[in-house]
Design a protein around this ligand. Structure first.
Ligand code: ZN
Length: 340
């Protein structure tokens, strides 16, 4: 088969790769129904994360189980499954507490790279969740979104303590930030402020349930959020970028006693201690425990209550994966869907 490999900055190749095989008895092999390019794939693509050797790419996937290892009990060949980017046994104390992304046995869920027609998934029983049946084709993009961006946006909103009647502000108008709008809406937020200066993204945010769009950034953006919240700041703020500016914008937009859910992979972020101390906010973030939310998210998608697949505004055959990276890097696309 051919799969996606990153050789260095802006050097994505779709090239011949060994077909994945069961290695551990807890593995499964998935035939990919759809995969995609993640905003976090752009860090190594842009050279912000060093690439020291050719790296198989992709960690978002859904598809049909081809084969399972001898120790896999619950997942069966023929099932359509969605899984997270980190595998989890779903039984250790950390998993039981709902933090499957830090499972004591966890590793990359798709070490062979998910931007490929076949994928080896580790710890299949704890990682994968089967859909009730084979999905209609039009549900596939939304199920794929559940494997990362929706699950991550959901975790961010949950970590930011979004609840009925609350005000949520979202820093970052990428796919995760947009999915956090869906989550905040489902969790009953009354007011959802999306910080965006990109027209197409702001329009989609409104469609997902955003009530206010703030185009200003930095101190001006913070001032605008305060203006919209009676001078206090929002109770719930989602940080979905990972830069110094976005993190400080999120913390400063949060009212004392409020909550920041941060899910942008941080790069060069340093929080001044004094400001942290006097901000009096809750901070919770990290790689999202998508597995915790998957059953609920699959149910909402299956019953057509949410349509996160709309974040995919570019569809390409998998072999054109390099164009998917380029379009996202140049912000011509929010997120590129790749079809094998
Ligand atoms: Zn675990």
């Amino acid at each position: 088969m051919r799969g996606t490999v990153l050789y260095g900055p802006r050097d994505v190749r779709f090239e011949e790769r060994p077909e994945p095989e069961i290695i551990e008895p807890t593995d499964a092999i998935i035939r990919t129904a759809a995969t995609c390019v993640c905003g976090s794939d752009l860090w190594p693509y842009r050279g912000d994360d060093p690439v020291t050797e050719p790296r198989p790419m992709g960690h978002e996937y859904c598809g049909v189980v081809e084969e399972v290892g001898g120790a896999v009990r619950n997942i069966k060949p023929g099932q359509f499954v969605v899984g997270s980017f980190f595998s989890s046994d779903n039984t250790c104390p950390i998993c039981q507490a709902g933090y499957q992304s830090r499972c004591v046995r966890g590793e990359l869920a798709a070490p062979t790279g998910a931007q490929a027609p076949f994928i080896r998934v580790t710890l299949a029983d704890g990682t994968l969740v089967a859909t009730p049946d084979l999905p209609e084709d039009d549900l596939v993009p939304s199920l794929l979104a559940a494997s990362d961006v929706l699950g991550t946006g959901w975790f961010a909103a949950d970590a930011a303590d979004v609840k009925p009647g609350s005000t949520a502000a979202i820093v970052g108008d990428g796919a995760v930030g947009l999915c956090a709008v869906i989550a905040a809406r489902q969790m009953g937020a009354e007011r959802i402020i999306m910080m965006s200066r990109h027209e197409a993204r702001a329009t989609l945010a409104r469609e997902f349930g955003a009530t206010d769009i703030v185009g200003e950034r930095g101190d001006e953006g913070v001032a605008r959020v305060k203006e919209l919240t009676g001078g206090l700041g929002a109770h719930s703020v989602v940080e979905a970028v990972g830069t110094q500016e976005s993190m400080m914008q999120a913390i400063r937009s949060t009212r004392p006693g409020g909550h920041v859910g941060f899910v942008g992979v941080t790069h060069g972020v340093e929080i001044p201690g004094q400001e942290l101390f006097f901000s009096e906010v809750h901070l919770l973030g990290g790689p999202a425990p998508v597995r915790r939310f998957l059953p609920e998210l699959i149910d909402l998608i299956w019953n057509r209550k949410i349509d996160p697949g709309k974040v995919f505004d570019l569809r390409l055959p998998l072999e054109q994966v390099a164009e998917g990276y380029k379009a996202m890097d140049e912000r011509r696309a929010i997120k590129a869907l790749l079809m094998p």
